[in-house]
Design a protein around this ligand. Structure first.
Ligand SMILES: Nc1ncnc2c1ncn2[C@@H]1O[C@H](COP(=O)(O)OP(=O)(O)OP(=O)(O)O)[C@@H](O)[C@H]1O
Ligand SMILES: [Mg+2]
Length: 243
């Protein structure tokens, strides 16, 4: 069975989809066949980020209505072993029972499955994922986002879901300006174990145009550290100035 991850956040626009794609690229570099599932009904974006928007005909709703899973799985333009199931373009197309069966099948067929959920605390579908799924809560270094991540973390722990924190869009200057004293104070406010920190990066802003992340830049290094930690390696966090 492959490992399932669910990317979530309290506040919207904190970079969940960017982190989901970056992590997926990193897992393929570790030779894991990876499936990304866009859960943002009505507001899909991963097809654009992966350069699969032109070829995408079917989506998750087709699978849930009985179409073969392979019909709605599309290959990413720039990564071997990276596949996508696009989100339904209409809202209200995800049925919990069929979704559960899909999540199980996806975990059977891929080494890694990453679900990119919409922001907020509608947790209706979370219990449909396999029991050992890990939730990755994304927050940016802003007190509102971190407080919302804490709310999500409490709710996830209420329903016995394991979750970890990813700090995205990090710049050292934010710490210099005192928005948070250090990374530890963000972890304390979020009440979640830290998995990794992704730097603010112009390259990541261009993902929907370039459909790729440079193999040797700082963002990919950050995603690789996270993917390796998730695979059980002990990787230290660099000094904040070097992230
Ligand atoms: N590390 C980063 N550095 C710079 N820009 C970033 C970074 N992460 C995300 N962004 C930018 O922030 C914006 C929001 O990112 P993204 O769509 O990934 O967020 P989201 O949490 O998935 O949003 P939504 O809640 O709408 O699904 C995008 O313009 C993206 O390019
Ligand atoms: Mg998103």
């Amino acid at each position: 069975m492959g490992q399932v991850y669910a990317v979530t956040s309290g506040k919207g626009g904190v970079g969940k989809s960017t982190v989901a794609v970056g992590l997926a690229f990193a897992f393929t570099k570790l030779n894991k066949r990876t499936l990304l599932v866009d859960m943002d009904e009505g507001l899909r974006c991963l097809d654009l980020m992966l350069g699969a928007d032109k070829s995408a005909v079917f989506d998750l709703s087709d699978i849930l209505m009985g179409r073969d899973m392979s019909d709605a799985v599309y290959e990413a333009e720039n990564a071997d072993g990276l596949y996508l199931v696009p989100a339904p373009s209409d809202i209200g197309k995800i049925d919990a029972f069929s979704f559960s069966a899909f999540a199980r099948q996806a975990a059977e067929e891929y080494d890694t499955v990453i679900f990119d959920f919409p922001a907020g605390i509608d947790f209706t579908l979370y219990h449909c994922l396999p029991e050992d799924s890990l939730f990755l809560t994304v927050a940016v270094p802003d007190p509102v986002s971190v407080r919302d991540a804490a709310a999500v973390s409490r709710k996830l722990s209420d329903i016995s879901c394991n979750s970890r924190l990813i700090i995205n869009n990090f710049t050292y200057s934010l710490i210099k300006h005192g928005i948070f004293q250090n990374i530890d104070s963000m972890i304390d406010s979020a009440g979640l174990q830290l998995l990794g920190v992704v730097p603010h990066s112009e390259e990541l802003m261009l993902l929907s145009v370039r459909h790729n992340i440079k193999p040797n830049g700082k963002p990919m290094a950050a995603f690789l550290r996270i993917a390796k930690r998730l695979c059980g390696e002990h990787i230290l966090l660099p000094k904040p100035k070097k992230i």
